[in-house]
Design a protein around this ligand. Structure first.
Ligand code: GTP
Ligand code: MG
Length: 300
């Protein structure tokens, strides 16, 4: 290893649904963070690590910053996002090209005192080039002197340029993780997240926000991994909805999750799902801690 090796933490921050998790997965080339078309999908800080011969870039996916602080879980999510501001070597602020508003302006304002900031204008596949340029001008007013990089995380458009700009800002330093490690999270954690992703995708309206997933058993056998997980809901009325008629919805969620988990683990998976009620868990500090939403244990 030569002595110009670069290592650094790159925080991906922004409003909910701007594409932070999609971008991190695209940059490291593996899916470690779940994504959904609804806001407030990500609840924890999740590292995505990319190591080459010359650098180790440690991306930090964060929950979307939002003003909704009415439940304990929302406050936890905002804390998980904001704690990265001071710790990161570089901050990437993600904006959705079609949804730039006052909340983005506030975030740009919050990071204005930091030295290393890149503004990533995401989802440019959804607008014409002609519409993109005036957006960049408008954004530049709120981020004077900052590099603004238009990309499409979904279509992987302009990500090479973004990566070059990011790497240029990484400080010199030895790698912090082994070169084959792509995340700080356990397979157990990612498995729970995959199940939560399917709940986000299959269930309607607000229900996914009342749900958390806990892995009860996780056992690797020779050709099979046995996983048993509980889907925790907040109210008894929600239990029936998650299960669906004759268990049809839970079956569908389980089957979608199993396919993804099998791909990730590269082995056959036996997945058992249970649905249980814990009244008001999302606004109860004790339950949050029990479910891994704990500042003391951010890597879960
Ligand atoms: N068209 C388009 N959609 C995108 C792009 N990037 C992300 N998306 C979509 O935007 C939605 C939100 O993406 P996520 O990656 O979950 O967004 P996030 O910022 O992590 O959201 P939170 O975790 O809720 O803060 C998903 O439906 C993605 O498929 C993009 O470049 N183009
Ligand atoms: Mg996310």
């Amino acid at each position: 290893m030569n002595n110009t090796f670069q290592t650094g933490y790159v925080a991906l921050i922004g409003k909910p649904n701007t594409g932070k998790s999609t971008l991190m997965n695209a940059l490291i080339g593996e899916k470690v963070s779940i994504t959904a078309h609804r806001p407030q999908t990500t609840r924890h800080q999740i590292l995505g690590i990319k190591t080459t011969d010359n650098y180790q870039c440690i991306f930090v996916d964060t929950p979307g910053l939002h003003d909704d602080n009415h439940k304990a879980i929302h406050r936890y999510m905002n804390r998980a996002a904001a704690s990265m501001f001071t710790e990161a070597d570089l901050i990437c602020v993600l904006l959705d090209v079609k949804r730039f508003n006052r909340n983005d302006e506030k975030i740009l304002q919050r990071v204005s005192k930091f030295e290393k900031v890149i503004v990533v204008l995401n989802k440019i596949d959804q607008v014409t080039r002609a519409a993109c340029l005036p957006m960049m001008k408008q954004i530049a007013e709120f981020a004077p002197g900052r590099e603004i990089v238009p990309v499409s995380a979904l279509k992987r458009d302009n990500l090479d340029r973004l990566e070059t700009l990011i790497v240029a800002q990484l400080p010199p330093g030895a790698p912090q993780f082994p070169d084959d490690q792509i995340t700080d999270k356990s397979m157990r954690f990612i498995t729970a997240e995959i199940i939560r992703e399917k709940l986000f995708r299959v269930l309607k309206q607000e229900l996914p926000y009342s749900i958390t997933v806990n892995i009860d058993h996780y056992k690797e056998e020779t050709d099979l991994t046995r996983i048993s997980a509980t889907v925790w809901v907040e109210r008894s009325s929600q239990k029936g909805i998650v299960i669906g008629k004759n268990g049809s919805l839970l079956k569908k969620i389980g089957s979608l999750a199993r396919t993804d988990i099998e791909r990730l683990l590269d082995t056959q998976v036996y997945l058992q799902l249970w649905v249980k009620i814990r009244e008001g868990w999302a606004d109860d500090e004790k339950s949050l801690a029990a479910f891994g939403y704990s500042d003391a244990n951010p890597s879960h």
